[in-house]
Design a protein around this ligand. Structure first.
Ligand code: IPE
Ligand code: IPE
Ligand code: MG
Length: 243
């Protein structure tokens, strides 16, 4: 059954996605894991289109975690190459829908050709303000928070900040993308019930939508269903249910 977007009362400003299950999708078909990643790259494109259509301002996708460096070199190499070719394929979507692309994570740890290709698309889309597509690459939330602690400590040392004035806003302001609002909705595919070091701070009050669907099968329709499920949630933020 298709979702009527007009009937949705609330559209989240920011949706974060843990794109999981590429390997299993491929293995179930007797294919190499890399084939699953390739098909998964098409899902990213579909989600970009769907998010723009629904009026979601920010999309963050978890593409490669700090822990994913532990994978076999062959798979890492394939993922990095795929990233480069995917950016060529996404370019059209980004311009057609006026989407700015940003990257979050340990940029310097990425291979030089990947960095160069990412920079090209970031520069080419930097002027768009309607939508933002954030790719979390070599991203780990614990590293992000530790890095924020370092930056704050430096400011205290330099006399720019007093220890007694450090509060939640201070920490949030020193994360990788402080100007981006927290996601209202986090989607994880392939049924795993964990965060895998993704946006620990930013997801404190987000709604979670876990679907059994493997990432390569997650397309427009599945994204709209997640928005529909989000509309059925009652977000209380520690308060009491509204009458
Ligand atoms: C997600 O799919 C993509 C990345 C983490 C890069 P996986 O590769 O984790 O697929 P499964 O979980 O092994 O099925
Ligand atoms: C999380 O998926 C990371 C990304 C989607 C990039 P993983 O497949 O790496 O996570 P675990 O190993 O199941 O926790
Ligand atoms: Mg996985």
């Amino acid at each position: 059954m298709s979702v009527d977007l007009q009937s949705l009362e609330r559209i989240p400003r920011h949706v974060a996605l843990i794109m999981d299950g590429n390997g299993r999708w491929a293995q179930e078909r007797g294919l190499d894991r890399v084939e699953g990643h390739k098909e998964g790259a098409q899902s990213v494109r579909a989600v970009l289109r769907a998010a723009a259509e629904a009026g979601v301002e920010f999309i963050t996708v978890y593409a490669f975690s700090t822990e994913n460096w532990k994978r076999p070199p062959r798979e890492i190499d394939a993922l990095m190459k795929l990233l480069i070719s995917s950016l060529d394929a996404y370019e059209r979507e980004l311009h057609d829908n006026r989407i700015r692309m940003r990257v979050m994570g340990q940029f310097d740890r990425l291979p030089l050709p990947v960095r160069a290709r990412l920079q090209k698309t970031m520069d080419a889309t930097a002027h768009y303000t309607d939508h933002t597509f954030i790719i979390a690459l070599s991203y780990g939330s614990r590293t992000e928070i530790a890095d924020a602690a370092k930056k704050i400590a430096e400011k205290v040392k330099a006399g720019e900040l007093k220890t007694k004035n450090i509060d939640e806003q201070t920490v949030a302001a020193h994360l990788y993308l402080p100007d981006v609002p927290d996601p209202e909705l986090m989607i994880r595919t392939s049924g795993e019930l964990r965060l895998s070091n993704f946006l620990l701070w930013q997801l404190s009050y987000s709604e979670f939508h876990i679907t059994e669907t493997y990432w390569p099968d997650f397309r427009e329709e599945q994204f709209f269903h997640a928005l529909e499920a989000f509309n059925e949630r009652d977000r209380r933020y520690g308060g009491v249910r509204k009458k």
